[in-house]
Design a protein around this ligand. Sequence first.
Ligand SMILES: C[S@@+](CC[C@H](N)C(=O)[O-])C[C@H]1O[C@@H](n2cnc3c(N)ncnc32)[C@H](O)[C@@H]1O
Length: 220
Amino acid sequence: MKREIIITSDGSSTIHLPEWDEQYHSKHGAIQEAKHVFIKSGLSLFSNKNISILEIGFGTGLNSFITFLEAPKFNLDINYVGVEAYPVATEEIEKLNYVSELNANNFENTFRQMHQQQWEIKNEITTNFTLTKRKQFFNEINDEHAFDLIYFDAFGARVQPELWTEDVFKLMYNALKDGGVLVTYSAKGSVRRAMLSVGFKVERLPGPPGKREMLRATKL
Ligand SMILES: C[S@@+](CC[C@H](N)C(=O)[O-])C[C@H]1O[C@@H](n2cnc3c(N)ncnc32)[C@H](O)[C@@H]1O
């Protein structure tokens, strides 16, 4: 499938898939979306503890990198697991402008390391942040009571409806600890109903720029 690097409205880059008319992030701002959906509405619920995060769709590594940068503000030690079946090519990663757009030039090597590290190995990025990248299909996830927070960042239900089903949210529910939280940019009614049907409590929250709402699901 054809792929292009584009610049979103906040100046940060993303990957565009013309055949699907779909992007890895919001066209209204990749960094803004990641900060709003995953950090403000998810990570910021936690402070002063060790937490485990599961990311559904490691992709460009933007969520992982922003989480690494934001973690000290919340005094968190993070065990981060990114699941991805179709890794982004190194040549594409090199064209992304996240390090400069996030004013994170001191951590340029960290972003590179996140991409270069081996799959399936838990890697200590710092004493407060470990990253494991798992090359795996989402429907193969079989963790139980393992995660405090899930970043559900699959391509949209319009292009991959099979990833927004009760079956997949059941796997997410099982993977969370009691009280664990899943956040996603989607606010679709069918997605909300699939979450409710597997037992999540679901909240509609204000969305990032360009989107009225998003969803946050909690395992009670
Ligand atoms: C919206 S993008 C993720 C963006 C990513 N979180 C980031 O910050 O760049 C969705 C990702 O899911 C991956 N993907 C699509 N279908 C998948 C599947 N069935 N199993 C695992 N990964 C899949 C894609 O390769 C893509 O990287």
